[in-house]
Ligand binder design. Structure first.
Ligand code: FDA
Length: 395
């Protein structure tokens, strides 16, 4: 005999817990089934242990999806201000780091505790270390039946909140995609996003020993650009500017860096030539970027002589290279280190206001399993809260 609930949520991550507590507050009997030994592992790991839980500047433009309109409704109905209100009600201290990114002052554990406390107050049952063996869909009042390690459960509403493929060691699985396919949904091709890029050949050889060097850049690819730090790694490049652009990059795409962001390169070089005619290019560049990188750039990509010896066309050429430096990435570090997964359950077959399947009534998909992926900076959690809330209000 299956134990009956009003709502079963598979996945006790950000979106699943938000959905569960919202539904519980509406008087629904809710069960959360989590296969890991604890809920919210990604929340715990996030933001270097301080969880960048939202971004005050969240707009639909901060998300990638085959349908850029899909996220609008949920984001409008559960905003960063709503989540901040919850955080403040639980007296969790936070601060803005940069660009609207809000972090806990102390620990991301407080966010998980807050979600679990809200679930407990709303009477939600949370089962951890509970793997799902089968999900069946039949007839009657509770058509969704789950066979799990803890027995059988049934409900008229099933919410898939299993997240995506990034960082398998944190419990990530493709289970949500399998379920989507089982119910006849299409899953758009997935790939790692917000992920370090690897270099090969000349670039890798020339930069590998500068591992650990960071510099401000503007990274551009496929009509997008992000200005922030780039970090050179043993195998390639990382840092916020690279993580952001990685979501827009695919093998073979042209990736360009402005190594003098915030400067009009030609005007800056001309001014340096006037002010410091005897200084060598590598010395001048070391004012705008780390010395070792400036040296390497001059040795292997540019040239190096006193500024006064550069002719006007040479200066123009230097400016062009510095502002449009081609970086040939060979791949990404993959799901092992990616913060998110691009692609996922096709939004064409889901309601944008309730996250409910258009194919199977009562079935909902929330969070990262859906083909909605945010930029770096708190946007992905905001999507998890907003989509979880939208489904929680509907189930
Ligand atoms: P999430 O992955 O949170 O939860 C899914 C849950 O389902 C997990 O608990 C998993 O164990 C469970 N599950 C999977 N398969 C199952 C199965 N078969 N049965 C039962 N349960 C199953 N975002 C942001 O906005 N700010 C940040 O600071 C960060 N930082 C960050 C750091 C790192 C290291 C990573 C990997 C990711 C981030 N992110 C982030 C992204 C953010 O963590 C992510 O987008 C959300 O957690 C997605 O929420 P979901 O609830 O959809 O999935």
């Amino acid at each position: 005999m299956a134990e009956a609930y009003d709502v079963i949520v598979i996945g006790g991550g950000a979106a699943g817990l938000m959905c569960a507590l919202t539904a519980g507050q509406r008087g629904r009997r809710v069960l959360v089934v989590e296969h890991a030994n604890r809920v919210g592992k990604k929340i715990l790991m996030s933001g270097g242990g301080r969880c960048n839980f939202t971004n005050t500047g969240t707009t639909p433009a901060n998300f990638l999806s085959a349908n850029p309109h899909y996220c609008k409704s949920a984001l409008a109905r559960y905003t960063p201000a709503d989540f901040i209100e919850l955080v403040e009600r639980h007296r969790i201290a936070y601060h803005e780091k940069e660009l609207g990114q809000l972090f806990c002052d102390v620990s991301s554990k407080l966010i998980v505790k807050m979600l679990l406390d809200e679930c407990a107050d709303a009477g939600v049952r949370v089962e951890t270390s509970c793997s799902v063996e089968r999900v069946l869909h039949g007839e009657g009042e509770a058509p969704f039946r789950l066979h799990t390690a803890r027995g059988a459960f049934a409900a008229p509403r099933l919410v898939i909140a299993t997240g995506a493929l990034s960082i398998p060691s944190l419990g990530a699985t493709g289970f949500g995609y399998e379920l989507a396919r089982q119910f006849g949904h299409s899953v758009l091709p997935t790939r790692a996003g917000l992920v370090p890029l690897t270099l090969s050949g000349k670039h890798q050889e020339r930069l590998a020993d500068l591992s650990g060097v960071a510099l401000p850049v503007t990274a551009r690819c496929n009509g997008r650009s992000f200005s922030n730090q780039m970090l050179i790694t043993h195998r390639g490049v990382s840092g916020p500017a690279i993580l952001q652009i990685s979501s827009y990059w695919q093998p073979g795409d042209d990736l360009r860096l402005d190594l003098l962001p915030g400067h009009e390169a030609i005007a800056w070089l001309r001014a340096q030539q006037l002010e410091r005619p005897a200084a060598e290019l590598k010395t001048v560049l070391a004012d705008a970027m780390p010395k070792r990188f400036a040296q390497r750039l001059c040795e292997l990509w540019l040239s190096n002589k006193p500024m006064k010896q550069y002719t006007a066309p040479e200066l123009k050429q230097l400016a062009a290279t510095l502002q449009d430096w081609p970086l040939t990435a060979s791949g990404t570090e993959g799901y092992r280190t990616a913060e998110v997964t691009l692609g996922g359950v096709d939004t064409d077959e889901l309601s944008s206001s309730t996250m409910e399947s258009r194919r199977v009534p009562g079935l909902h998909f929330v969070g990262e399993v859906v083909d909605v992926t945010g930029w770096l900076g708190g946007y992905n959690f905001q999507w998890a809260w907003a989509s979880g809330h939208a489904a929680g209000m509907a189930v």
